[in-house]
Design a binder for this molecule. Structure first.
Ligand code: PMP
Length: 403
């Protein structure tokens, strides 16, 4: 047996929502929250009001410091050398839209191309379709290989002098497949093409070293990483700072304003117009501190082992079809002849929380030749009992549906 310092039972106890009901297997949609996050957020609201980067009173100054310290914590998590590279957003979706509108739109010309993998969540497809339409450019598909992973071998042929950006997910939210990011970045950079990496799923399982990989842009949402909703991050490599211009105007994103114009603040504040999600940042900061106590590689092995166990058990059931990539903590599946919507309804009725449908990835569904599927996603707070409950609920549902 592998020696690990990961204590699954102790980890589970950090999450007050982890009870008997429901069996929560929907962490790829959003993760449950640890008590430390709930406490930090409660303190923020309870201990008196203050905003950041504005008022001069003590609480405001203290919070401003905390807000900026949290930025440094994220920089440390991502191995980003420069804290200014960490821009607070309201989620991965907003972070990707920011790159589309502030970085790409000013330079995108008619006839230019944006290369996007077929496995992407809509958050890493629609912003590119929108900016392409705004500039009469086009979005080109990077197809999947026979294993269902974006085909990096096809990159050299698809990258052209007109390719202005490559958009690629670190990990699929459906299959859990992870393309070879390093290879993709090297090939794209050799063509002079910057890369937007959607880390919304990937960061939970392996935070990247953005400096070592030389990532241009990286987006993630705090809520999938045990943090609050309404908060996310865009990492932007400093080499692109001078090519980025403000995309939302408002308070505190400028140094000077008059009726004849304004001067934007430097990055990151240029992109943080208006009062930010301070409570969210405070809560997320507590999560990032708590995360340091966890052996994450071991926690990840625990998730993959659970997904293996569930998949092996499901394979014993007739008609089981798996879309799961090797070593994925996410298990997407169907049963032949049974509609995913029927199955999910019966599972929900039995207190099993997972998700069925197209998972905001319609092109991927088309590539897989399906209209939708079920998805059980495993987090370190899940355990063998959760799998037993899933299997027993599933067996009951399959009996009803096969009648
Ligand atoms: N990309 C992927 C792969 C995702 O799974 C998600 C969330 N489902 C997103 C992007 C968008 O994240 P958010 O909705 O938190 O902005």
């Amino acid at each position: 047996m592998a020696i690990t310092s990961f204590d699954a039972a102790a980890f589970r106890r950090c999450f007050p929502a982890c009870g008997d009901d429901p069996v929560y297997l929907d962490s790829a949609a959003t993760a449950l929250k640890p008590q430390v996050m709930i406490e930090a957020t409660r303190h923020y609201y309870q201990d008196g009001g203050a905003t950041v980067h504005r008022s001069q009173h003590h609480a405001a100054r203290r919070l401003t410091q905390r807000y900026e310290q949290a930025r440094a914590q994220v920089a440390e998590l991502l191995h980003a050398g420069d804290e200014a590279s960490v821009i607070w957003t309201k989620g991965a979706t907003e972070a990707i839209n920011l790159v589309a509108q502030s970085f790409l739109r000013p330079v995108l010309q008619a006839g230019d191309e944006i290369l996007v993998s077929e496995a992407e969540h809509h958050a890493n497809l629609i912003p590119w379709l929108m900016v392409a339409q705004q500039c009469q450019a086009s979005v080109v598909k990077l197809p999947l290989n026979e294993r269902g992973v974006p085909d990096i071998n096809k990159l050299p042929a698809l990258l052209t002098p007109k390719t202005r950006l490559l958009a690629l997910g670190q990990m699929s939210n459906v299959t859990g497949a992870c393309p070879d990011l390093r290879a993709a970045l090297n090939i794209a950079h050799a063509n002079g093409t910057p890369v937007m990496v959607d880390g919304a799923q990937g960061i939970v399982h392996q935070p990247p070293d953005v400096a070592r990989l030389d990532i241009d842009f990286y987006a993630f949402s705090a809520h999938k990483l045990f943090g609050p909703t309404g908060l996310g991050v865009l990492y932007a490599h400093p080499r692109w700072f001078s090519a980025m211009s403000p995309w939302q105007g408002g308070g505190k994103m400028l140094t000077q304003a008059s009726f004849s114009g304004f001067t934007p603040q430097p990055i990151p504040h240029m992109f943080e117009a208006g009062t930010p999600n301070i409570a969210g940042v405070v809560g997320f900061s507590a999560v990032l501190e708590w995360m340091k106590e966890i052996d994450w590689p071991a926690a990840e092995s625990h998730c993959v082992a659970l997904a293996d166990e569930a998949e092996n058990a499901l394979r014993q059931r007739e008609g089981f079809i798996s879309y799961r990539a090797a070593n994925s903590p996410v298990l997407a599946f169907n049963f032949a002849g049974i509609h995913h919507s029927d199955l999910i309804t019966l599972l929900a009725e039995q207190g099993i929380a997972l998700r069925a449908g197209q998972h905001c990835a319609q092109p991927l569904m088309q590539a897989l030749g399906i209209t939708g599927c079920l998805r059980a996603s495993f987090a370190p707070y899940n355990n063998g009992e959760d799998i037993k409950r899933l299997l027993s609920a599933l067996d009951y549902a399959l009996t009803l549906l096969s009648d």
